[in-house]
Design a protein around this ligand. Structure first.
Ligand SMILES: C[S@@+](CC[C@H](N)C(=O)[O-])C[C@H]1O[C@@H](n2cnc3c(N)ncnc32)[C@H](O)[C@@H]1O
Length: 426
């Protein structure tokens, strides 16, 4: 049997992190993780909650055969199978959670409030319900990164006004949840501080489980999950691993469709930190920095950011990968794009023999975009090889957003000489 691939360690300035315990191969699955908290991303008021937009209220698989008609006799929430419903009655859909969701649905139906607040309320029902069903998992949730901002943070944030916004929404959500009396064990003590701490954990650690990719539409989140081990992966703007989920995969009786897997994008040596990207890799430098600062509370100084921090606006525009640009009528931009990429490659590849990628240290980021970013229109997913089969690589890459496959022999494993628009579509 294969030995463990990754372990958690502490890295100065980055907190807990995942590192490779041995050399890892592209395509290797380094983690399978199941959620301790899973909750809907749907607004309460959009539809009758008894329909739940056609998703199982426990595992969020799309329910195609409505004739199965398995639903909660109290609130009417649908389930994909009787097994899922009976699992839910002891976990995600206890009588308390059922009553709390009915109450919230009534409240939000009469009060049209922002989706963010509704989703936070859904999270808190799931989190407080976890305290009821598994104290050990609740403690795991509390041990994740994310704390209530200190007084001094609040003072510095007040310049931007963000502290008062998040304080007032936490106060509001807390009072709403108070009205459904979370069944907390005495020692945990239901309090505003606990609610604020839980919301902070959610903000830093929740993974969005997305709707299937459609070329014409922005992809929306179907549900959010908090995964106890996957939460230890730090961010890198050029990740060496990526996350796959298969929410709508057919469920053999023992399989868990809410499990996520983390798979290596390419080979890395033992001891290397394994990082995910917390958002699509096509975002520009300033947008990435803003999201990482505002949502995750850190300044990213990864190799890609170090290079792009020095870029002028036109160089950054040169790497604009949004679909807003029409490839044909934007002659200038396309010219800039090739120039920026070529310069970047020249800088980064100087001194190399230039014909094959040697390792991650000499890993130019244009090379990453060309070979590991799906360029299907509007997708921006990351490509990782399928897991090796019987120790041999399969030669097939899978996109973690649109699910398309492409053969490794379509990849450009030599120094790229073309602009991004010429990359092979997956
Ligand atoms: C999902 S957690 C990752 C695990 C976390 N380091 C821990 O100790 O539990 C996200 C948090 O990790 C930290 N983090 C993630 N990536 C980082 C990076 N590249 N540099 C510095 N801190 C990072 C930030 O505090 C961020 O809010």
């Amino acid at each position: 049997m294969e030995t463990a691939a990754v372990a958690t360690t502490e890295i100065h300035g980055r907190g807990r992190a995942m590192v490779a315990l041995r050399p890892l191969k592209g395509g290797e699955i380094v983690l399978r993780d199941s959620p301790i908290v899973l909750y809907s991303a749907l607004p309460f008021q959009s539809d009758d909650h008894r329909d739940n937009n056609g998703y199982c209220s426990n595992c969020f698989i799309s329910i195609t055969q409505k004739s199965q008609n398995v639903s909660c006799s109290t609130c009417g929430s649908p389930f994909c199978t009787l097994d899922c419903q009976s699992a839910a009655s002891a976990t995600s859909h206890t009588p308390w959670a059922c009553q709390a969701l009915i109450h919230l649905h009534e409240y939000f139906f009469g009060n049209r409030l922002p989706l963010d607040l509704q989703i936070q309320a859904r999270f808190l029902v799931s989190a407080y319900n976890l305290a009821l069903t598994s104290q050990s998992k609740f403690q795991t949730l509390l041990s994740l990164q994310g704390s209530v901002p200190s007084q001094s943070d609040a003072v510095s944030d007040s310049v931007s006004g963000s502290d008062s916004d998040s304080d007032s929404s936490a106060n509001f959500i807390h009072s709403l949840i108070s009205s459904v009396c979370p069944p907390l064990p005495l020692e945990l003590g239901f309090s505003l501080e606990l609610t604020r701490a839980l919301l902070a954990k959610d903000k830093l650690n929740a993974f969005g489980l997305m709707e299937p990719f459609l070329e014409q539409e922005d992809r929306s989140v179907r549900a959010y999950g908090i995964y106890p081990v996957a939460s230890f992966f730090n961010h890198d703007c050029l990740p060496n691993a990526c996350r796959f989920d298969y929410l709508d995969a057919a469920k053999p009786s023992s399989a868990n469709n809410t499990e996520i897997t983390v798979r290596m994008i390419h080979d890395v040596p033992q001891g290397r930190e394994i990082c995910l990207s917390y958002f699509p890799v096509n975002l520009k430098y300033h947008e990435r920095q803003k999201r990482l600062r505002d949502d995750y509370g850190f300044v990213c100084d990864c190799d890609r950011c170090k290079v792009e921090a020095g870029w002028s606006e036109s160089e950054e525009d040169g790497l604009d990968m949004s679909d807003d640009d029409d490839d044909d009528d934007d002659g200038d931009e396309e010219g800039n794009q090739e120039t920026a990429m070529d310069e970047d490659l020249d800088d980064q590849m100087e001194g190399e023999d230039g014909d094959t990628m040697k390792g991650e240290d000499d890993f130019p980021h244009a090379y990453f975009f060309l070979n590991y970013m799906c360029d299907r229109k509007n997708c921006w997913g990351t490509l990782a090889p399928l897991p090796p089969y019987a120790a041999a690589t399969t030669g097939v890459m899978e996109c973690n957003v649109c699910g398309n496959f492409k053969n490794l022999d379509q990849l450009d494993l030599t120094r790229p000489t073309v602009g991004l628009n010429n990359a092979v579509r997956c």
